[in-house]
Design a protein around this ligand. Sequence first.
Ligand SMILES: [Zn+2]
Length: 297
Amino acid sequence: MNQLFINRNCPVCDSTSCLENDFVNPQYDASENYELAKERFIGFSEENVFFKYSRCKCGFLYTKKYFSPNELVNLYGSMPDNVHSGDYESEKRTKIYYLDFIIDYLPKNAKIIEIGADNGAFALEVLNKRPDIEFTFIEPNLEMHSELKKISSSIYTDIFDINNIEKKFDFAIGIHVFDHIVNISETILKISNLLKDDGKIFGVVHDESSTLASILGKRWPAFCLQHPQLYNQNSIDFFLNNFKLKKIFIKPTKNFFPILYLIGHGLRVILKKKNNLKGGWQLPLYLGNFCFLYSKS
Ligand SMILES: [Zn+2]
């Protein structure tokens, strides 16, 4: 029989013991409500369902139970085709803004490996400013590969398919991916092995210690089925130091939203009024995300 869930130790220190009074409980625990969790995962439910987040004694926040690897494949396979609901202009603005954090650190003719490259939109922004750069993409979603092939012929579905000796990268980039990866410790080790001696890793993640997270509690959108762990600035520093990666910076990041979308969202949440408002001025908002840059040397 297909095993639905796995039990996890702390991905950072491998401990099983957690603090007794520091956790985030969902309204419905995914490990006890599989059908509901499945509906929520594939986008057919709005219920507050996720796996309980526990805080390890080392400070790391993670779910002790999560979907098994087989079950994750099933779930992603059941998802309807991605309907693009976002706003291209604001996504573009956000990506250019991320690029500004690292552009001065990118060496000439840099080789970048982007994990979770999606449709390659970030890479295109990089190449727009720096055509000398060469990309390798990791993207498990095969439907994205035709778009990615227009940018690079070096595409993998799994980072573990790359030979350590074969490729040495100047930069690894993961934008909103490190909260999604279940075997995160093995993945960071793999990334570190793929980097040159002075290689760097850049990421953007949610901040579970942000004001927004404490105000919203279990309603904070990043407490969700897609995130087997969440970081704060201290826990990611402790985590990456384990791999002898050294901090260059950790900085809070903004996201850009068109003002009419924000008004429409407010109307939906507060007055429960359906609407399709979009466009207008781009407003930068701090939503409790941060970016980090670490170096191997
Ligand atoms: Zn731990």
